[in-house]
Write a protein that binds this ligand. Structure first.
Ligand SMILES: Cc1ncc(C[n+]2csc(CCOP(=O)(O)OP(=O)(O)O)c2C)c(N)n1
Ligand SMILES: [Mg+2]
Length: 563
C-alpha cells in the first residue's frame, strides 16, 4: 500500500546532495570521476560551492582546512581506486589532528563487487586503521540514516575522518525518503565532582601550567579558557601546531611545546606540580619523544581533559581524568573560583617574559635572506585575522617560533607532519574566507608535493600568498642525516625550478626575493596584484634551523664520533 505522505522519489545522488545541504554544507572539494556522475549532476542545481581540484590529496586537505575553520565536517568527493588512494593523506591528517572530515568515494556497481572490477578497492581495508568509520551505502533509501551517522561520528567524541563509499548504481536508483535533520553534536560535560576536584587541585598547586591542544574547539571555547586563565593568572602553553588556541599577544601565553621548544618552557612543564592538559593527547612531538611526562604515571599531577574516553589513560595515567569536550569543559570553567591569593602569579609573569625573549628578533645568522626578519615583519604588519598555513619541513620552525598566532582560526598546520599540506590548506581557507589574508609557508620540497593546487587558486581567483622557502634540499632529512651519518649526503638534494616563473606560468604573481630588505615591498606587490602569488625566497642552505647551521651539526656529529 502506498504511503501518501512519503516524499517524492529522488535519485541517490540527489538524496545525498540534498542531505549535505540539510547538514549545512556549503563547500565541497573534489576531483571528478565517472563513478559518481549522479552526485556531480545533483550539485549542478545545489546551493553548494564546488571547488574542482588537481589531485585528490589536495581536495582532501582543502576540506580538512575548512573543517578546522568552521568546526563542521569538511567534505571531499573523489573517485574509486586511484582517487581514493590519492586522498589517503588527508584521511591520515584528519585522524592525527582530530579533524572532522567526510570523504566520499565513488565505488563500482553493486553487482560487480568482489570481481576485481575496474578500480575496485576495499575501503574498509584501506582506511580501516585511519578513519573512525568506513561504510558503503548499499541502498539509496539508507542515505539519510548513514549520512547523519557520518556527521555524528566525525564530530562527536574525538573528532576525525569518516569514509563513505558510493556504488555507482546506488546513486542512480531512486527512493522516496526524507532528509535527516542537521546534526548538532553532543558535547560531553564534565561532572560536578570532577570540577570540584579540579578546583581543589588548583588550590593546592604552586607551579601549575595549562597546555591546550587537540580538536573540537571553537572560538567561544578559546575565549572562555582565556577568561579562566585570567581569573586564575594561569600560564597557558599550546601543544604542537595548536598555537591558535590561545592569543599569542595575551599576557598569559607562554609558548608552544612542539619541535625545538623554548628550553625554559620545557623546564617549566617538567618542574610543574600540576599540568592541566586540555584537549591534547601529548603525543610524540609535544611530549618531546614521550620524555616530558613519565609513563605510565607522570611525576607532575596531570589533569587530562579529553572528549574521547579512549584517550584518557591511553599513555599517561592522570591524577584526574575529565571526559569532556573542550567546548563543554571551557564553559564549565566559569564556575570555578580562584584561590584568594594566587601564589604562582609571579611565575606566570616570568614564563611570559621567557616567551617574549625566545621570540624576540635576533641578528641575522646569514647574509642571505633572513627568515627571522621576514616572519617578524609579517607578525608586525599583517592584520589580526590573517590565516597562516604550513606543511612540514624545517622552514616551519621560523613561523612556529617567531610568528604570533592571535587566536582562533589563524593557524592551519598539520600536527601529523604531512608535507604538501600548506598550499591546499591555504586554498581551502581562502575559498571559505575570501576577504581574509591567507599566507602559506612552504619549503621547496613541501611545495611541489601539492604545488599543482596553485592552479586551483588561479582558477577561482583566490589570492593566497605562498612564501616559498627554498634551500635546495629536503632540509629536515639532511639535518637528521648530518646528525647520524655526518658528511654522507644521500637522496636529500633538490634541483629546483624557477618558482616565480612557475607562478606566472599558472597565471599568478611570482617574484624572487634575494635580500631581506626587499621582502616587504615584494610582499606588498604580491598583495596589490590581487592574484595568487608565490614569493620565492632562496635562503642560505646553511641556516637549517633558527638555532644552528648544517656545518655545526656535522661538526658536532663528527666530534661525537671521534671520542
Ligand atoms: C608526505 C611526507 N613525505 C615525507 C616526509 C618526511 N620529511 C619531513 S620534512 C622533509 C623535508 C621537507 O623539505 P622542505 O619542504 O624543502 O623543507 P626544509 O626542511 O628543507 O625546510 C621530509 C622529506 C613527510 N613529513 N611527509
Ligand atoms: Mg627545503
Amino acid at each position: 500500500m502506498n504511503n501518501i505522505s512519503s516524499p517524492p522519489p529522488r535519485t541517490g545522488g540527489a538524496i545525498l546532495v540534498d542531505g549535505l545541504v540539510a547538514q549545512g554544507v556549503d563547500q565541497i572539494f573534489c576531483v571528478p570521476g565517472e563513478s559518481y556522475l549522479a552526485v556531480l549532476d545533483a550539485l549542478y542545481d545545489a546551493k553548494i560551492t564546488v571547488t574542482v581540484c588537481r589531485q585528490e590529496g589536495g581536495a582532501g586537505m582543502m576540506a580538512d582546512a575548512c573543517a578546522r575553520l568552521t568546526g563542521r565536517p569538511g567534505i571531499a568527493f573523489v573517485t574509486r581506486g586511484p582517487g581514493a588512494t590519492n586522498a589517503a593523506p588527508a584521511v591520515h591528517i584528519a585522524e592525527h589532528d582530530s579533524v572532522p572530515l567526510i570523504l566520499f568515494i565513488g565505488q563500482v556497481e553493486r553487482g560487480m563487487r568482489g570481481r576485481g572490477a575496474f578500480q575496485e578497492m576495499d575501503y574498509g581495508a584501506l582506511f580501516g586503521s585511519t578513519a573512525k568509520w568506513v561504510c558503503e551505502i548499499d541502498r539509496a533509501e539508507r542515505i539519510p540514516e548513514i549520512l547523519a551517522r557520518a556527521f555524528r561520528t566525525a564530530l562527536q567524541g574525538r573528532p576525525g575522518p569518516v569514509v563513505l563509499a558510493l556504488p555507482e548504481d546506488m546513486l542512480t536508483e531512486t527512493a522516496g525518503v526524507a532528509d535527516a535533520p542537521r546534526v548538532v553534536p553532543v558535547q560531553t560535560w564534565p561532572g560536578l565532582t570532577q570540577m570540584a576536584a579540579l578546583q581543589k587541585q588548583l588550590w593546592a598547586a604552586r607551579r601549575p601550567i595549562a597546555i591546550l591542544g587537540g580538536g573540537g574547539w571553537n572560538e567561544a571555547a578559546t575565549q572562555s579558557f582565556a577568561r579562566f586563565a585570567e581569573r586564575f593568572a594561569l600560564p597557558v602553553a599550546t601543544s604542537f601546531r595548536r598555537a591558535m588556541l590561545f592569543d599569542a599577544d595575551h599576557r598569559h601565553y607562554v609558548g608552544e611545546i612542539g619541535i625545538g621548544p623554548n628550553p625554559t618552557l620545557k623546564h617549566r612543564i617538567e618542574t610543574a606540580d600540576l599540568v592541566l592538559l586540555c584537549g591534547g593527547r601529548m603525543a610524540e612531538m609535544p611530549s618531546q619523544g614521550y620524555s616530558l611526562f613519565a609513563i605510565p604515571v607522570p611525576q607532575q599531577k596531570l589533569v587530562h581533559v579529553h572528549a574521547g574516553a579512549e584517550e584518557l589513560g591511553r599513555v599517561y595515567q592522570p591524577s584526574l581524568a575529565i571526559h569532556a569536550s573542550p567546548q563543554a569543559f571551557a564553559a564549565s570553567l566559569e564556575s570555578l573560583q580562584p584561590p584568594q591569593t594566587i601564589v604562582w602569579a609571579a611565575e606566570t609573569a616570568a614564563a611570559r617574559a621567557a616567551y617574549e625573549a625566545w621570540t624576540e628578533r635576533r641578528p641575522a645568522a646569514s647574509t642571505r635572506i633572513d627568515l627571522v626578519e621576514v616572519v617578524c615583519w609579517l607578525r608586525d604588519n599583517l592584520p589580526k585575522e590573517t590565516i597562516f598555513t604550513n606543511g612540514a619541513g624545517n622552514y616551519a620552525a621560523w613561523p612556529g617560533r617567531f610568528l604570533r598566532y592571535r587566536g582562533w582560526g589563524t593557524q592551519i598546520a598539520p600536527t601529523s607532519g604531512s608535507m604538501g599540506y600548506g598550499v591546499p590548506a591555504a586554498v581551502g581557507a581562502k575559498r571559505l574566507f575570501p576577504e581574509r589574508p591567507v599566507i602559506a609557508f612552504a619549503g621547496d620540497g613541501c611545495f611541489l608535493m601539492n604545488g599543482q593546487e596553485f592552479a586551483t587558486a588561479v582558477q577561482y581567483g583566490l589570492a593566497i600568498i605562498v612564501i616559498l622557502i627554498d634551500n635546495g634540499m629536503y632540509g629536515t632529512i639532511r639535518m637528521h642525516q648530518e646528525r647520524h651519518y655526518p658528511g654522507r649526503v644521500s637522496a636529500t638534494r633538490l634541483e629546483n625550478p624557477d618558482f616565480a616563473a612557475y607562478a606566472r606560468a599558472f597565471g599568478g604573481h611570482g617574484e624572487s626575493v634575494e635580500r631581506t630588505e626587499d621582502f616587504a615591498a615584494a610582499f606588498r606587490r604580491a598583495e596589490a596584484s590581487g592574484k595568487p602569488a608565490i614569493l620565492h625566497l632562496k635562503i642560505d642552505p646553511e641556516t637549517i634551523t633558527p638555532m644552528t647551521t648544517l656545518s655545526e651539526i656535522r661538526r658536532q656529529a663528527e666530534a661525537a664520533r671521534s671520542v
